[in-house]
Design a binder for this molecule. Structure first.
Ligand code: NAD
Length: 437
């Protein structure tokens, strides 16, 4: 069996590689020549744990190939996945130009019955639009299926190989059967393949991401209230998370969600609602609260230095939007660095994987260091933005000696308050007592 994946980014590359791992021949197509060249040279252009081993094996065994040529790439494929960008348009809606362009391109190229599967996150009704675009230029039978992707960057391979569930939106029995067979090796433990209509499948993805963004934001608001009421958000989290109706996950307070999905998907869902004259009030608040939460510690840093950051050196630990990825799309680090620089501070930063991506976006606004302690030399404060495990058990004695001031602003609540007191650090975190020694 042969399939094709159009778009070889975080989702497309994982999709292609993981299907190849199940014994299928997969051709990955991308318009980015540099990306395809590096993949053909055996190099992965993104950081995703566990992907390289699978990529190398399947490439070596000739089940995985890469091309910029759509005609060549889809040759002989019975199923074609679309894993294309759907970035926010100016009005917050998902920009469908990449998806619809490929639909236009595919129409005349189809030779036999083919299933086109949309894996991109797209607004309700897109499957119908894709079908219409292909139909206008195709002479063969085909089906368009909605198959939203739920993988998380950082654990994407595991998520893909053992998904909690697979959602397949189609009204075609033929497509349903083929999709069921394709995914069968990934759901052998009994996790469900849930079949539904196309529109419900499309909405499921937005509902899932918006719910998770809301859960995080709710806890961030509880954290803000904890600070005002003298409670500790970590205690509250444990107290509520043990309720099985609530669950322990996605309850950690912090400096806001980022990434390539939550911000754009929440925005796109509110736009879809607005288009139907429905005001999705919870999500409007989520967007608003998250915007403030991202720069919450900047206000605290300013207050700590009596409103004057001019000439201060602020060290940052963590740049990616979450650990185990190099992705910085909508990362809180970006807006924090911009704000600090605007206040006249000098910003030094360390991240295990995302530094190059930040340099590309911010250039000389930030000084990148190669090592977590180097960044602390003569720093007036440390700001922790991403909870990479390497930051969890640092040598506080060494830190104290390197820094000008022993003060940490922790956006991820990594340390115990008592421990910080013992180590002699002023410590300001999220939703907990501020420690001044
Ligand atoms: P990405 O930007 O990493 O990858 C998209 C790729 O598509 C890029 O390599 C780009 O060059 C390529 N592309 C653009 N136009 C093309 C064309 N005409 N032909 C061939 N290739 C083309 O994006 P991503 O993070 O992989 O996300 C893809 C989709 O999946 C989005 O809709 C996103 O919302 C959704 N999604 C992403 C994640 C995630 O964690 N990244 C998870 C679930 C769903």
């Amino acid at each position: 069996m042969k399939i094709a994946v159009v778009g070889t980014g975080y989702v497309g590359l994982v999709t292609g590689t993981c299907f190849a791992e199940t014994g299928i021949h997969v051709s990955c197509i991308d318009i980015d020549k540099k990306k395809i060249q590096s993949l053909n040279n055996g190099e992965i252009p993104i950081y995703e744990p566990g992907l390289e081993v699978l990529f190398k094996r399947n490439k070596r065994e000739r089940r995985l190939s890469f091309t910029t040529n759509l005609t060549e790439g889809i040759e002989g494929s019975t199923i074609i996945f679309l894993a294309l960008p759907t970035p926010p348009d100016e009005d917050g809606s998902a920009d469908l130009k990449y998806v619809l362009q490929v639909a236009d391109d595919l129409g005349p190229l189809l030779k036999n019955y083919t299933i086109i599967v949309d894996k991109s996150t797209v607004p309700v009704g897109t499957t119908e639009k894709v079908r219409a675009r292909i139909e206008a230029k195709s002479t063969v039978e085909f089906d368009v299926v909605s198959n939203p992707e739920f993988l998380r960057e950082g654990v994407a391979v595991d998520d893909f190989m053992k998904p909690d569930r697979v959602v397949i939106g189609t009204s075609s029995e033929r497509a349903k059967k083929a999709m069921g067979e394709l995914f069968a090796p990934l759901v052998r433990q009994g996790n469900p393949v849930i079949y539904m209509d196309e529109r419900s499948a499309e909405l499921t993805k937005y509902a899932a991401n918006s719910f998770l963004a809301t859960k995080i934001t709710f806890m961030n608001e509880i954290a803000n209230l904890c600070e005002l009421l003298g409670a500790d958000v970590d205690m509250v989290r444990k107290g509520v998370g043990t309720d099985s109706r609530i669950g322990k996950r996605f309850l950690f307070a912090g400096i806001g969600y980022g990434g390539s999905c939550f911000p754009k998907d929440v925005q796109a869902l509110t736009k879809s609602a607005r288009d139907k004259n429905y005001d999705f009030r919870i999500l409007n608040s989520v967007i608003d609260v998250n915007r403030n939460q991202k720069v919450k510690l900047i206000n605290k840093i300013k207050k700590y230095f009596n409103g004057d950051l001019e000439g201060k050196t602020i060290a940052i630990w963590g740049l990616s939007f979450k650990p185990y990825t190099d992705d910085i799309r909508e990362a809180p680090s970006l807006v924090n660095i911009e704000s600090l620089v605007a206040e006249g501070a000098h910003v030094k930063a360390y991240d295990p994987e995302a530094s190059d991506n930040v340099l590309e976006v911010l250039g000389d606004k930030v000084e990148i260091c190669d090592e977590e302690y180097e960044v602390l030399e003569n720093a007036d404060a440390l700001l922790i933005i991403t909870e990479w495990p390497v930051f969890r058990t640092p040598d506080f004695e060494v830190m104290g000696k390197l820094m000008n001031n022993k003060v940490i602003f922790d956006g991820r609540n990594l340390y115990e308050l008592d421990a910080m007191r013992k180590h002699g650090f002023n410590y300001i975190s999220i939703g907990r007592k501020e420690i001044y020694v």
